[in-house]
Design a protein around this ligand. Structure first.
Ligand code: GLN
Length: 541
């Protein structure tokens, strides 16, 4: 199907509280439109002043998601890619920092010579430009734009103003969806619409009439509640969409289909509503996800375990891979800081697979190294991601090569055995934002390796986010002792994958496969890891 012109723009705002799941609702609507044959992309506008979340602590904003083109972005882009099986780019995540940076750069170049540079129109024009940019590629029928934050926040004002202007300019080729919460008061045994009314009133004050309300709720909305919301918020009753709590985010597209969110959108935008979304493959995935034949324990060793958003893509990749193996993943989050020689057996012995997470800095790193060692010695399937791979290398150096005090120079600048060292290209880097080795790089896989039997190809590309790398001075020693470099970057000769010869399943990767696993294409490394973990469980039962 060719791209329908002009591009249609859908804006998604949020009201009442944060964390209502705008990203999932946006991705679910996009999925329904995609399943009707339309080409869709989603972008996220974040009203904070950081240029990107790359410099944010995961406690602030969860995981930093990396795109193919090396942008450090909001974790919602991960949901977009996983749901839609598309790649996003730098243009899909805009922050206030980026907007202001661009406007200030233009001011310095003299592009506004003579003018006073103001929030309206200069900042709002820049926001509008960033929204329309994706549509102007002619690649999409629909561009969905999710506005971070909650309506009423001081920071979001220029974004809402930009939407107001765009809705006016684009007319029928745009619409806005407002996601709100209908809280249930258990004392009164009632669902309450007042916060939604207030939130819509705030939007109206800014000149934006939402076309559709998606209402998050823990109890079904009856007709009279829907009528009441419609009456107070100037929308048709059919445009009040219930979004009931769901046990899995992957069920939400089906819930939205039952509520006919896609049909309401298409009607409002004057597009064909014939036919239904083809969700057969999605339903097959969901059926397998919800009806697992086995359960396996997987340990995720990291330092942000009280915050699952910090490991969002890893957890979703495990779910995809579990589903592909008909396994429910019982995820055990293990705080690496708390692991020590005394408790390690107790904490890790019942795991069928151990995954050591990426990370920065030395907090909890000894626990990660210890976990890699436990997996190596006890032949438990092991997957080390980025810092997780580096920890496996350090452990092998210390305990197999007997290189006392071996470490990464990130943690121990003067280590006698820098088996992980800063990359040559990083040595002169002083600025922090966006300066790591970021995004997609090619990797050649040795046909003799076990890695090859997983990827079944010699040329792959994966996404990166790091400054340190395996120190090639040690490659020979490692290989002679049984840890081989099975994947190499062809241009810089960097070790991207290591595997243990004498182990059922032990891999470390310098990249982040978790950024590329989608519902339609679970990542082969994760699928193989879960398969190995299942086999380990069978053997040890
Ligand atoms: N801190 C390590 C490095 O910069 C690993 C980074 C990561 O795990 N993403 O190389």
């Amino acid at each position: 199907m060719g791209i329908s012109r002009p591009t249609k723009y859908i804006f998604v705002t949020g009201g009442v509280t944060s964390s209502l799941g705008k990203g999932i609702i946006s991705a679910s609507l996009a999925k329904l439109l995609q399943a009707r044959g339309y080409s869709v992309t989603i972008q996220k506008l974040d009203p904070y002043i950081n240029i990107d979340p790359g410099t944010l602590n995961p406690y602030e904003h969860g995981e930093c998601y990396v795109t193919e083109d090396g942008a450090e972005t909001d974790l919602d882009l991960g949901h977009y890619e996983r749901f839609l099986n598309i790649t996003t780019s730098r243009a899909n995540n805009i922050t206030t920092g980026k907007i202001y940076q661009s406007v200030i750069n233009k001011e310095r170049k003299g592009e506004y010579l003579g003018d006073t540079v103001q929030v309206v129109p200069h900042i709002t024009d820049e926001i509008k430009h960033c929204i329309k940019l994706l549509g102007e590629t002619n690649d999409y029928d629909f561009v969905l734009t999710e506005i971070g934050g909650t309506v009423g926040d001081i920071e979001s004002l220029p974004y809402i103003e930009a939407i107001r202007q765009l809705k006016f300019e684009l007319g029928k080729n745009s619409l806005s969806i407002h996601l709100t919460l209908i809280p249930y008061l258990s004392a009164a045994k009632e669902l309450k619409t007042k916060p939604t009314q207030h939130s819509v009133k705030t939007l109206l004050e800014y000149g934006v009439q939402p076309d559709i309300l998606v209402c998050r709720t823990e109890k079904p909305l009856n007709q009279s509640i829907k009528d009441k919301i419609a009456l107070f918020c100037n929308v048709d009753t059919s445009s009040v969409i219930e979004s009931i709590d769901s046990s899995s985010i992957y069920r939400v597209p089906l819930l939205m289909k039952d509520e006919e969110l896609d049909v309401v959108v298409l009607k409002k935008i004057n597009m064909d509503t014939h036919g239904t979304p083809d969700l057969d493959k999605w339903k097959t995935f969901l059926h397998r996800l919800e009806n697992p034949k086995h359960v396996i324990n997987i340990g995720l060793v990291g330092k942000y375990v009280e915050l699952i958003d910090a490991y969002k893509s890893i957890i979703e990749s495990l779910i995809h891979a579990g589903t592909a193996n008909d396994c429910k993943i019982d995820l055990k989050l293990i705080q690496s800081e708390k692991l020590n020689e005394k408790n390690i057996t107790k904490k890790l012995k019942d795991l069928s697979g151990i995954l050591v997470a990426p990370g920065f800095g030395d907090r909890g790193v000894e626990g990660k190294i210890m976990a890699a060692g436990y997996a190596r010695k006890n032949k438990i399937p092991f997957l080390g991601l980025c810092l997780g791979m580096q920890c496996a290398v350090v452990e092998f150096a210390r305990n197999v090569l007997m290189l006392n005090g071996a470490h990464s120079t990130e943690m121990e600048e003067n280590t006698p055995h820098p088996v992980i060292d800063i990359m040559e290209t990083q040595k002169k880097v002083t600025l922090k934002g966006g300066t790591m080795r970021l995004g997609s790089y090619p990797c050649n896989i040795s046909t003799k390796s076990k890695t090859f039997s997983i990827y079944k190809q010699t040329h792959i590309s994966e996404r990166h986010r790091h400054r340190y790398e395996f120190n090639n001075k040690y490659t020979g020693d490692f290989e002679n002792a049984g840890m081989i470099a099975s994947g190499i970057n062809p241009t810089a000769n960097l070790v991207e994958i290591i595997e243990l010869i004498d182990h059922p399943w032990f891999f470390g990767v310098q990249f982040h496969p978790e950024y590329k696993s989608t519902v339609a294409n679970p990542h082969p490394l994760f699928v193989s890891f879960i398969k190995a973990a299942f086999e380990h469980k069978q053997k040890n039962q």
